[in-house]
Design a protein around this ligand. Structure first.
Ligand SMILES: NC(=O)C1=CN([C@@H]2O[C@H](COP(=O)(O)OP(=O)(O)OC[C@H]3O[C@@H](n4cnc5c(N)ncnc54)[C@H](OP(=O)(O)O)[C@@H]3O)[C@@H](O)[C@H]2O)[C@@H](O)CC1
Ligand SMILES: Nc1ncnc2c1ncn2[C@@H]1O[C@H](COP(=O)(O)OP(=O)(O)O)[C@@H](O)[C@H]1O
Ligand SMILES: [K+]
Length: 544
């Protein structure tokens, strides 16, 4: 820290020299550790719902709010003690609310455990929450603690890479982006060489919607010790740089209270998704396991058809017919001999709709192209097939070009857009939250299932629910992965799963197969066919 930067400044005008604001993260985000599996068994609460659960726990356990805060602080302090020895100095920044209260209690516990602790409480408005005030009082006369209450003037302490900054400025109570002195403080924290641990959520990050946030006024943590459950913002790609490693701290909030909260956002739970999978009837025959129709492929895109067809057959469908241009004939019959071929009159594209009467589910899109002839065929298919349907890729791009056709899509149809395809349907999206919100709106308005694909794919349902898929990995960021998902979903619909069941089971299995392929081959060299090859094991694993 330069002498200039270390001068005393008015807190409200604290600014930061524009240098090395962010440093590389050294703590990996251990997505696959056992501990982190807890991340995937849960409801995602809004900040208001967290308050309700807090209140419910206090009333029904019963426990005082101070004791509940003490529980949170104990869990956090014990995690810090397990990672750093008493040779480490902790610099704690506490805000005026309960996040600050947590931080003050953590300061006390660390100090009592023999750590050097330097704590700053930011009390700019002269108003502290009751539990923050309580914990401030408990710091009085605490031997060894260096405590400063900041009301206007503040100098950022010298810190080096051996120090740990505890960020307890703001948690789920943040109600607007940080500015002024707080924004300046965050910049100093981010520029510091010390490790940064955020309590509950990096300060400055909103739990849900960060669309209009100020990215430079959000703490970039190395470790986020989040209270009980991760927040929605943790599932979005653009927020990963703030979080570092995420570890939930179980503070025993009421399970009964949690069960009673009607949460519109949840994460697929392996145990629950397993229940969706129906046992195969020993007397099943190909006629009873569903007949799917895949409409796919234009010149140069025959591979998409093959990937979707193979994935469909590997997902247990009784029969699959592929309606595709003639040019795909030989390649398809050689590579997927199990599929029945329906030739389109055109050699190079799908040009005409056929009757869908005999089929239990229809899928359109992979490698389809957006030629006007194909578009008209798609419209006829949509009008004539009132039942189960999956629309992907170019089928979605056609609908983006013809938004007036969207109301004709049968209720409960599954749309599987990647972010760009979604934008063709709903307009530009500023970030992941906006994307989720717009997809959700489309689902409700048109009574469709919209799966927004990506890491943590989001299934938006016609009733306004959002179901996040926890499986899958960056090895799946390879051409054709989406075609595989289309094949899986189509098979499940043809077999009689509802659209809701197919969405959850399908995205979960698709990601699980991707995770198995990663185990076999690593992320770098995986291709979409490897996901198909891993599907049998994914089904087996889910049945275990
Ligand atoms: N959930 C649970 O069960 C448990 C939760 N616990 C903990 O409580 C935390 C939530 O605490 P919280 O509700 O008091 O909110 P918190 O984040 O401390 O901030 C509120 C203060 O910040 C202020 N303020 C807001 N925005 C601002 C801005 N931009 N710029 C400046 N000021 C701003 C706001 O002032 P206001 O605007 O309202 O006047 C108010 O003073 C949670 O994250 C977790 O750590 C645990 O203790 C135990 C159990
Ligand atoms: N980083 C990732 N983590 C998890 N899943 C991913 C990741 N990248 C891609 N996927 C999955 O792979 C599929 C890619 O679909 P899409 O972009 O439509 O590919 P294509 O059009 O080439 O078939 C989606 O299901 C998506 O969820
Ligand atoms: K925080």
């Amino acid at each position: 820290m330069s002498a200039e930067a270390n001068e005393k400044q008015s807190f409200s005008s604290l600014d930061v020299p524009n240098r090395l604001l962010f440093y590389p993260k050294t703590v990996p985000n251990p997505k696959n550790t056992k501990e982190n599996e807890v991340l995937f068994v849960m409801k995602i609460l809004t900040s208001t719902q967290f308050k309700e659960l807090d209140k419910y726990t206090i009333e029904h356990e019963p426990v005082s709010s101070t004791d509940l805060m003490e529980r949170a602080a104990k869990a956090i302090a014990s995690e810090l003690k397990s990672r750093w020895t008493t040779a480490t100095r902790f610099i704690v920044f506490a805000g005026p609310g309960n996040n600050g209260g947590d931080a003050l209690a953590v300061s006390r516990l660390l100090c009592n455990a023999g750590y050097t602790v330097q704590t700053y409480l930011f009390n700019i408005t002269g108003r502290l929450s009751d539990d923050c005030l309580n914990n401030k009082k408990r710091l009085e006369n605490l031997a060894g603690l260096l405590f400063t209450e900041v009301s206007s003037q503040f100098s950022f302490p010298e810190a080096d890479e051996k120090d740990v900054i505890v960020d307890g400025l703001f948690g789920t109570g943040l109600n607007k982006p940080l500015d002024g002195g707080y924004a300046g403080l965050v910049k100093r924290i981010n520029a510091s060489p010390a490790k940064v641990v955020s309590i509950d959520i990096p300060s400055g990050l909103m739990s849900e919607d960060n669309t209009y946030n100020n990215p430079s006024a959000i703490v970039r943590a190395d470790l986020t010790l989040t209270i009980q459950l991760p927040k929605l913002a943790f599932f979005f790609g653009e927020n990963q740089k703030y979080l570092g490693e995420v570890k939930p701290m179980d503070i025993g909030l009421s399970a009964e209270g949690l069960a009673a909260i009607d949460c519109s956002i949840t994460v697929i739970e392996p145990g629950e998704v397993k229940k969706i999978l129906k046992p195969r009837n020993p007397f099943a025959h190909k006629g009873s396991m569903g007949h799917a129709l895949l409409v796919s492929g234009q010149y140069g895109m025959g591979g998409a058809t093959i990937l979707a067809a193979k994935a469909c057959l590997r997902s247990g469908v009784g029969k699959l017919t592929v309606h595709t241009p003639d040019m795909n004939n030989n390649i398809l019959q050689c590579s997927v001999p199990e599929a029945i071929l329906s030739h389109d009159l055109s050699d190079i594209r799908v040009s005409k709709a056929i009757s869908t009467y005999d089929y239990n589910a229809l899928a359109m899109g992979p490698g389809l192209g957006t030629h006007e002839e194909t578009a008209e065929a798609l419209r006829t298919f949509i009008r004539n097939h009132p039942g189960e349907m999956v629309l992907d890729a170019d089928a979605l791009n056609i609908l983006g070009n013809h938004p007036e056709w969207i109301p004709e899509i049968p209720q409960d149809t599954i749309l599987t857009p990647h972010p760009k395809e979604l934008e063709n349907l709903v307009g530009t999206c500023t970030d992941s939250y906006d994307r989720m919100a717009k997809a959700r709106e489309l689902s409700i308005k048109m009574q469709l299932y919209v799966i927004v694909k990506g890491h943590n794919s989001m299934i938006c349902t016609p009733t306004g629910r959002v179901i996040i898929n926890p499986t899958g990995n960056a090895g799946m960021a390879t051409a054709g992965s989406g075609d595989v998902l289309t094949g899986i979903l189509t098979a499940l619909l043809a077999r009689g799963y509802t659209a809701n069941e197919a969405c959850q089971l399908g995205t979960y299995l698709h990601g699980l197969a991707g995770d198995i392929a990663r185990e076999r081959l690593g992320e770098e060299s995986m291709i979409a066919s490897d996901i198909i090859d891993a599907l049998p094991e994914a089904f087996k694993k889910l049945k275990e």
